[in-house]
Write a protein that binds this ligand. Structure first.
Ligand code: SF4
Length: 419
C-alpha cells in the first residue's frame, strides 16, 4: 500500500507506471523504486538481492535512477549507502515526499488517499494501522515502524468506498496487529465496528482479516464473523508457539493453555472457520520438550494453513540483547522440516475433505487454459488456489463470483469444475 500511494503520486506527476513483472530490458524505466523489507534475515537477503539486480540493469543502461525505500532502508540508513554503490537515494518507510522530491516531483496532497493498485482490480489490501505497541522478543518491527497508529475509521471507510467504486470486491485488512485497531485513537478495540462499517459498503463482498494477535483478542469480531456473510470465515492469527515457557520468553502475553482455549473458542464461535497461523521454531528456550509440545499442539488443533520460520536473531531486539541464540541452525532446520511435514499431511487431509463440495469462488485470473480462483477459505498469495481447467474462458469472468464443485485436491491447491 505504501508503494501504491507512492505510485499514484508518480502517476499524478505524469509518469507511466510499468508493472513489476515487465522485464527491465523491455520496460527501460526512468526510475525503479524498490520497497524493501528488513524484518528478518531471509527478507533482508531478498531485498539486497533485488537491489543488486536492479543496479546491474542500471549499469547496462536499462534504468536511469534507482531509489530504495521501506523498512530495510530505514533500519540500515547509515550502513546501506556506505556498502552499496550506485543507488540514487535511500529513503525510510515514511519518506515518500523526500523520494518524490529527489525525482523532481512535488507531493500532491489532493491524491494523498488514492492508490495505483498493483493487485488485480477486484481485490485490494487495506492497511488499517501502522506500527506496533507489543514487545515480542524476536521482533524488530516496533523499532523500525514505531508505535501503533490507527488510521481514523472515517478515512478507512472513504478509502474502501473509493476502492469499491473502482471495482474492488475483496478487502484484505492488514496492519502489524489488526486486533489493536482503535486502542490508540478511540481508547477501545474497534476492529469489529470497522468490519461492520466496511460491510455496509455497496460492492464490497469479502472482508478478510490478516495479522491478528492472540492476547486480548476482541471477541465481538467472532460474533460479527459468524453473523455477517461479507466477513470471510477466515482468520490469520500468528500464534508463534504453544509452549508456555517459549511464549513467555517470546513476551507474547499469552500462555499455552490460553492459546488452546482461544483456538477452541474460534472453532466454537465460528463453525467452519479457516485458521491460518505461523510458528517460529528454534526460539531461545525451545528445547526438545517444548518442540514436542508444539508438534502435539499442531497435531491436535489441525490448522487449515500453517507456515513457519526458523528463529533469526535480530540486532537490538529484546531477544538479541537478553538471550543466547541457543538452538543450532541445523536443529532449527530439522525442526522446521518436521513441523512442515506434519502440516503438509494436515493440509492435504483438509483439502481432501472439500472434494465433492460446492463452493463460491472469486476468479482471480487465467493462465494456460486454467482459471485461477479462490473461495473465502483462501487468501491471496499465502494460500493455495482453486484451479479450474476451462477450454474457453470469457475475459469477463475475471473478478466475478462463480459456483464450482471441487473435484480433486493436493496439499496446496484444489481442482474444480464450473457448475
Ligand atoms: S505483534 Fe509482535 S511480532 Fe507482530 S509486529 Fe508487533 S512486536 Fe512484531
Amino acid at each position: 500500500m505504501d508503494s501504491e500511494r507512492l505510485l499514484r503520486q508518480f502517476e499524478q506527476a505524469g509518469f507511466v507506471i510499468v508493472p513489476e513483472e515487465e522485464p527491465l530490458d523491455m520496460a527501460r524505466p526512468d526510475i525503479v523504486a524498490l520497497n524493501t523489507c528488513g524484518f528478518i534475515q531471509s527478507a533482508k537477503t531478498e531485498s539486497i538481492e533485488a537491489i543488486f539486480t536492479v543496479l546491474e540493469a542500471k549499469k547496462r543502461g536499462l534504468v536511469k535512477k534507482v531509489f530504495v525505500f521501506g523498512c530495510l532502508s530505514q533500519r540500515y540508513r547509515k550502513e546501506l549507502p556506505e556498502e552499496i554503490e550506485g543507488v540514487d537515494g535511500f529513503f525510510g518507510a515514511d519518506d515518500a515526499a523526500a523520494m518524490l522530491s529527489a525525482a523532481g516531483i512535488a507531493y500532491d496532497p489532493s491524491v494523498s488517499l488514492e492508490r495505483h493498485l498493483t493487485t488485480p482490480s477486484h481485490y485490494a489490501f487495506l492497511k488499517i494501522s501502522e506500527g506496533c505497541d507489543r514487545s515480542c522478543a524476536y521482533c524488530a518491527i516496533p523499532s523500525i515502524r514505531g508505535r501503533h497508529v490507527s488510521v481514523p475509521m472515517d478515512d478507512l471507510v472513504s478509502e474502501a468506498q473509493m476502492l469499491a467504486d473502482k471495482g474492488v470486491k475483496e478487502l484484505l485488512l492488514i496492519a502489524q496487529d489488526t486486533t489493536f485497531y482503535g486502542l490508540d485513537i478511540y481508547h477501545k478495540r474497534m476492529l469489529g465496528k470497522l468490519l461492520e462499517r466496511l460491510a455496509d459498503i455497496k460492492g464490497i463482498e469479502w472482508l478478510r482479516i490478516h495479522y491478528s494477535y492472540p492476547s486480548d483478542f476482541p471477541e465481538d469480531v467472532l460474533e460479527i464473523m459468524a453473523g455477517c456473510d461479507k466477513v470471510c470465515k477466515y482468520l490469520d492469527i500468528p500464534l508463534q508457539h504453544s509452549s508456555s515457557k517459549v511464549l513467555s520468553m517470546m513476551r507474547r502475553g499469552i500462555d499455552g493453555d490460553t492459546t488452546r482455549a482461544l483456538v477452541d473458542k474460534f472453532r466454537k464461535a465460528v463453525p467452519g472457520i479457516v485458521l491460518r497461523t505461523t510458528m517460529i521454531v528454534g526460539h531461545p528456550g525451545e528445547g526438545a520438550k517444548e518442540f514436542r509440545d508444539l508438534l502435539d499442539f499442531v497435531r491436535e488443533y489441525r490448522f487449515e494453513r500453517l507456515g513457519a520460520f526458523t528463529y533469526s536473531e535480530e540486532e537490538n531486539t529484546y531477544g538479541a540483547l537478553n538471550y543466547k541464540d541457543s538452538v543450532s541452525q541445523r536443529v532449527k532446520q530439522e525442526r522446521y522440516d518436521t513441523l512442515m511435514e506434519l502440516q503438509s499431511g494436515i493440509s492435504l487431509e483438509y483439502n481432501e475433505s472439500r472434494v465433492g463440495t460446492v463452493e463460491r469462488v472469486l476468479v482471480d485470473g487465467f493462465s494456460d487454459g486454467t482459471v485461477h480462483a479462490r473461495s473465502e477459505k483462501e487468501s491471496v498469495d499465502v494460500d493455495g488456489e482453486i484451479l479450474i481447467p476451462a477450454a474457453a474462458i470469457p475475459a469477463a469472468m475475471q473478478g466475478n463470483f462463480m459456483k464450482v464443485k471441487i473435484t480433486a485436491a493436493d496439499e496446496y491447491d484444489l481442482t474444480a469444475q464450473f457448475i
